[in-house]
Design a protein around this ligand. Sequence first.
Ligand SMILES: *Cc1c(COP(=O)(O)O)cnc(C)c1O
Length: 396
Amino acid sequence: MAETALMHTYGRLPIAFAEGKGSRLTDTEGKHYLDALCGIAVCGLGHAHPAVTRAISEQAARLVHTSNLYRIPLQEAAGQKLAELSGMEKIFFCNSGAEANEGAIKLARLHGHKKGIEVPHVLVMENAFHGRTLATLTATGNRKVQAGFEPLVTGFIRCAYNDLDAVRNILERRQDVAAILVEPVQGEGGLRAASDEVMNGLRQLCDQYGLLLMLDEVQTGNGRTGTYYAFQRFDWKPDVVTTAKGLGNGFPIGAVMAQGAAAELFQPGHHGSTYGGTPLGCAVVLAVLETLEKEGLCQRAQQLGERIMSGLNQQLTGLAGVLDIRGRGLMIGIELDQPCGELVQQALDAGLLINVTAGQVVRLLPPLTFTDQEADQLVEQLSQLIKNWLATRSPS
Ligand SMILES: *Cc1c(COP(=O)(O)O)cnc(C)c1O
C-alpha cells in the first residue's frame, strides 16, 4: 500500500468510504456496502441522520466553541437530558471513551483518599478494554495493548471477569480498593456479558465495602443493548458511568456520569477539558438523545437484536466450528473455533462491514436504525460467509 504521512498505528484495510446514508456506505470506487459495524458502535443512528446533520450545521453556523470558563447553555441542556435518560445526577463532558474512563479513575482515587486509603486501587477485569491512554491501557486486560508502554500506572488490581467469588476474595484480603471498574458487556474482549447475578453481586459488594461501582458503558451505552444504558435493566444504579461511542453519532464526545456521593467528588480545579462539552458537541448530543427517545430506538435495538440472534442461531448453531452465538441487544458475537480475521475482507468483498475481535469472535454492531430487511440481509450474507469459511479453512 502507498506510504502516507500517517503514523503506522493501524493495519488498515485498502478501502475508503466516500459517502454514507443510514446503514449503507459507498466507497471511493462507487461500490455499496451494508454497515453492520457503524464505526465500531459509534453511528448508532446510521450515517448522515438528518437530526444530527441539522444539529451540526445549524450550530456550526451559530457558535462552535467558547470555553468552560463561561456557562454553556447547550452543555447544561445536554447534561440535563443525559441525566434524565440515565437516571444519573451529574455529568462531565469530555471527548472520548478513554478520557471518560480517566475521569472515572480520578473519581475513584478521590473517593479512596476521602475514605483514608493511602494508595487507593481500582479493581479491573481480565479481557477488559478501557482505552489507550496510560491509565486506561493499564486498566485494560490485554497484554498487547500494554506491551512496550511500561512503566504502567500503579493502583490497579486485576480480577477474573464475571466471577463474583474472585472479587469477594480480593475484597476480603485487601483494604486498599476504592472502586470496581467493569464493562457490563465486554466489547473488544469478545462480546461477553456479565451475568445479572454477578452485576447484582458487584453492586452489593460495593455497598458492603464502600466502593464506587463504575461501569464502562463507552460501547454498551446510548441504546445499544436495548436500554439507554446497560445498567438500566437492573433495579439499582452504579455510582459512576462512562460513555462515548454512540453519544455523538460520530462527533467526538464522551461523558462521565455520577450519582450519590460520587456526584459531589469533583470540585473546582479537580478536572477539566478545553474542548469538553462545546456548544457544537452538546447540540449533537441533544439531537442524538432526542432521536433515540423519539424514534424508540432502545426498544428497536432489543427487537433487532432478537431478530438477528434468532436468524444466526437458525443458520449457524450446531455447525462444527461455531462455538457460541451471544450478545445483548445490538452487540452480537459469533465465536468460532479458530482465528477468523480473514472474514473481514471476505465480507467486504461481499459488500458487508463486520469486525473480528479477540481473534476468533465475529463482532456485529449494526446501527439501531437497521430495517428488518437489513437485519435479514446481514444474517443471510454473514451466515453464508461463515459457512464458506468453515468449509474451506485449514483443519484445526
Ligand atoms: C472504545 C472503548 C473505549 C475507548 O474509547 P475511545 O473513544 O477510543 O478512547 C473504552 N472503553 C470501551 C468499553 C470501549 O469500547
